[in-house]
Design a protein around this ligand. Structure first.
Ligand SMILES: Cc1cc2nc3c(=O)[nH]c(=O)nc-3n(C[C@H](O)[C@H](O)[C@H](O)COP(=O)(O)OP(=O)(O)OC[C@H]3O[C@@H](n4cnc5c(N)ncnc54)[C@H](O)[C@@H]3O)c2cc1C
Length: 436
């Protein structure tokens, strides 16, 4: 008997960056095709653990613990049909359809892995963005940039050291944050919550007035991207809890002592955080064959395809996608999630020889958490009613639901709810603050 031999050619989809966008995409593709001969989905990230980026400030102050909230790519990949490779991309060559991962050393500086080359049929770049110091003198040297888990942990350790010292000496601790966008505002509010909570854990000599948080913003209001009413309300809450706001103040230089402003004033701060501006990842500086902008983002067309490159896509904060309005899609978690949904559909269509769809960003509004003190935001209504203001418990619930939606994209709705309940139960058994 004669059999017809069918040779299946497996398409290798390589996604680099397992954040809000890349991990959601890898999970969807893996669940659709994992284990099949059609597609091999491979996710590369430099970190072994995923924490949803909007939660990094909570890691930094110790309100959440990465050992509970963190997702291990290797385990998640196994259960969701994609392969995880740990590595840091440093080069991309569209001519050979390959990327290169950097050399890996251990903590003693010994070579663990030589540079690796990975070939792809379809490449998706989802490396996220980093804060932009705009080359401010001393910023890179003296500030912590809350862009990744490593830095959030670094801040956390420095904060614990400062609290330990403060409990003994009662000498004021001052923390300076540059940038009163969502990250800066949320971090400032969480810090006040922490200082209120540490007494429960034996830091008996620490009182609220021992902590001075300076929030420095160059624009004329905090949360400059959000409507006036949201900014005003958030400012009122921050004023009430004693955050020192420096609005319309531009930082010229950062030194060991603190921040020097354009007017020559000095804002003293022991711990300094830079949470202003967004630019693309440093790795893009090496991608000379791809269209990289002066802010290190990669230019994509409306289908998220890198301009001039049929087999490379980019999404999330690292991509520059211009909307019909002439404005770029903003670097936000909801945009990253929506892009992942559209690109998933487009990759499925592409592999079935169907046309791809243009991405249309839908702004559902913004929510800012002010720790246990409140949450504020604006939600987009229909065209006639415009946006409307939300505050308090409703805003807080909506803020939490954003994270729940992210979990659902990673686990499916049912598992996401079970996972969240399990997390809550674990938390209930543990200290409210991570004190190590
Ligand atoms: C503290 C903070 C709070 C925020 N709060 C909000 C909020 O409330 N609402 C909101 O909408 N947005 C918020 N944002 C913005 C939001 O987090 C981002 O827009 C969103 O995470 C972008 O998703 P992404 O997938 O593009 O990138 P990311 O989520 O940043 O993921 C990028 C991934 O790429 C990996 N990576 C980076 N470089 C390399 C490399 N060279 N090689 C391999 N892997 C690499 C990283 O490890 C990471 O896993 C916040 C951001 C921060 C920092």
């Amino acid at each position: 008997m004669l059999y017809e031999v069918v040779i299946l050619s497996t398409k290798r989809i390589v996604i680099v960056g397992g954040g809000a966008a890349g991990l959601a995409l890898a999970s969807k593709l893996g669940r659709k095709w994992g284990g099949s001969d059609v597609v091999d989905v491979c996710l590369i990230d430099k970190s072994p653990i995923h924490i949803w980026k909007p939660k990094l400030h909570e890691v930094a102050v110790g309100v959440i613990d990465q050992s509970i909230e963190g997702l291990l790519y290797r385990d998640h990949g196994l259960k969701n049909g994609y392969r995880y490779i740990r590595g840091e991309i440093e080069q991309c060559d569209p001519d050979t359809k390959s990327i290169q991962l950097a050399t890996v050393y251990n903590d003693d500086g010994e070579l663990l892995l030589a540079p690796r080359q990975i070939n792809y049929d379809i490449l998706v770049l989802a490396l996220g963005g980093v804060s932009n110091s705009f080359n401010t003198l001393g910023a890179d040297e003296h500030c912590i940039f809350l862009d990744n888990l490593e830095n959030a942990n670094l801040f956390h350790h420095k904060l614990l050291d400062a609290l330990l010292q403060l409990n003994e000496t009662q000498e004021r601790v001052s923390i300076g944050i540059v940038g009163a966008g969502a990250t800066g505002v949320e971090l400032a509010a969480e810090l006040h919550h922490v200082i209120e909570s540490v007494k429960e854990y034996g830091y008996l000599n620490i009182a609220k007035h021992h902590l001075e948080v300076h929030l420095i913003e160059a624009s004329s209001k905090i949360l400059p991207q959000l409507p006036e009413r949201v900014s005003a309300r958030a400012q009122a809450v921050l004023d009430k809890i004693g955050i020192r706001l420096h609005i319309g103040v531009q930082v010229k230089e950062v030194t060991h002592e603190g921040f020097i402003t354009q007017d020559g004033d000095v804002i003293k701060a022991g711990l300094k955080v830079w949470a202003a501006g967004v630019k693309g990842p440093k790795a893009f500086e090496n991608f000379t064959k791809l269209p990289i902008t002066s802010r290190n983002q990669i230019e994509v067309d409306t289908c998220m395809r890198v301009k001039g490159h049929q087999d490379i896509y980019a999404l999330g904060d690292c991509a520059l996608l211009m909307q019909d309005s002439g404005r770029p899609v903003p670097p936000r978690a909801q945009a990253a999630a929506q892009m992942a949904d559209t690109l998933f559909g487009n990759i499925v269509n592409r592999l079935q020889d169907k046309p791809e769809k243009a991405f249309i960003y839908k702004d559902y509004g913004s929510l800012v958490s002010l720790s246990r003190f409140s949450a504020v935001g604006n939600l987009m209504g229909n065209l006639r009613s415009g946006d409307f203001f939300v505050e308090g418990h409703i805003a807080r619930l909506m803020y939490i639901s954003l994270y729940q939606r992210h979990l659902a994209s990673l686990y499916g709705w049912f598992s996401a709810v079970v996972y969240r309940i399990a997390q809550k139960l674990l938390k209930w058994q543990r200290p409210k603050l991570k004190l190590h």
